[in-house]
Design a protein around this ligand. Structure first.
Ligand SMILES: NC(=O)c1ccc[n+]([C@@H]2O[C@H](COP(=O)([O-])OP(=O)(O)OC[C@H]3O[C@@H](n4cnc5c(N)ncnc54)[C@H](OP(=O)(O)O)[C@@H]3O)[C@@H](O)[C@H]2O)c1
Length: 311
């Protein structure tokens, strides 16, 4: 009783557990900031950047299934089996449903649809696994035990805006991942330029969708806990998107140096011929060396993915 009063008086929270969730949220912001800084210098070591330096390889489907599963299992356990929750209001149920819905897809469906994905090194796999336990607990514990919303929250503009953004982001993420999968025929492992959907506007539409999704979730939840996850996701995914984009830029420059013909884009000036960059047998990891040998004086050039704009 005394300790609860102290927590409320000193920190403005009701008890130790609520303080724990707030601390976990701030720590997540900190982790995101640190990861963002590290990723200025180190490529996120899975997928196209996988490297044995980061541990032994784990089969990509097994890795995605195991690492993401805690974000589904922990909330399901807390909601259905924990006795330490309050009766859930409709708004809490919907918000928990949004989180669980994403992870039903991410852990039970996405891994088994992957085509030709690279094995995940053990260290990023273990980090993702620990993060999913951490975040699954943080979001689900808050929504099942502490979050109190007004009875009309589901008609509040914040909930409606957040839910709409979440749904749109989810659709963009699913559709973009589907486009990426379709780029490969069974057995292929190389890389091609994605087209269609939001890939017409950005080079990493799947990451953009996921960022929008969690910002929508944060607006709908209107809590520190969800904001920390949205912030973390933004820092991680925007860094990975920049790495993908930078690598593509460097590859284009490298091939230009090898006398790849230039094409002229009517509307936007000179661009490189992206299709020629995508030699069918070009294995992307070999080209990571290009990152270490950027071509001087070329950094101002822009990349456009659709050569149809060019003549
Ligand atoms: N919330 C978070 O913090 C977080 C963090 C990371 C990822 N995610 C989500 O998890 C999902 C997957 O992430 P990711 O980093 O693995 O995405 P990714 O690097 O874009 O790869 C997704 C899949 O598509 C393949 N692929 C990518 N680009 C391709 C191309 N140009 N041609 C042919 N195949 C291509 C990849 O194969 P390879 O394996 O051979 O590269 C992989 O199987 C995304 O939806 C992302 O939003 C979320």
């Amino acid at each position: 009783m005394f300790s609860q009063s102290m927590f409320r008086f000193v920190l403005g929270v009701d008890n130790e557990s609520e303080l724990l969730l707030e601390s976990l949220s701030w720590f997540m912001f900190l982790m995101g900031g640190c990861a963002f800084l590290v990723m200025r210098f180190v490529n996120m070591p899975y997928g196209r950047f996988a490297s044995r330096k980061f541990g032994f390889p784990v089969n990509v489907k097994v890795a995605w299934f195991i690492q993401e599963f805690p974000s589904l299992a922990v909330p399901v356990y807390l909601v259905f089996f924990s006795t330490d929750i309050r009766p859930l209001q409709l708004s809490n149920q919907l918000l928990l449903g949004m989180f669980i819905c994403h992870y039903i897809h991410r852990s039970l469906m996405f891994p088994f649809l992957i085509r030709g994905g690279k094995a995940t090194p053990f260290i990023p796999f273990a980090c993702a696994f620990i993060f999913c336990i951490y975040n699954g607990y943080l979001q689900a514990r808050y929504l099942s035990k502490y979050a109190v919303y007004p009875s009309d929250w589901i008609t509040d503009p914040r909930f409606l805006t957040g839910f709409t953004l979440w749904l749109f982001g989810l659709s963009v993420n699913l559709h973009s991942d589907h486009i990426l999968r379709k780029l490969r025929k069974p057995g292929e492992t190389g890389y091609k330029i994605p087209q269609g959907g939001m890939f017409e506007y950005v080079s990493c539409a799947n990451f953009l969708g996921e960022i929008m999704e969690w910002f929508g979730f944060a607006i709908a939840c209107w809590s520190l806990q969800s904001a920390s996850f949205a912030g973390f996701g933004f820092l991680i995914l925007s860094s990975r998107a920049a790495q993908h984009h930078r690598l593509a830029a460097l590859l284009l420059m490298r091939r230009h140096r090898q006398r790849t013909p230039l094409r002229t884009c009517k509307r936007r000036g000179t661009v490189f011929d992206a299709e020629r960059w995508l030699h069918p047998r070009l294995d992307w990891p070999h080209c990571v060396t290009a990152v270490k040998r950027p071509v001087s004086g070329q950094s101002g050039n822009k990349i456009f993915q659709r050569t149809s704009e060019c003549r």
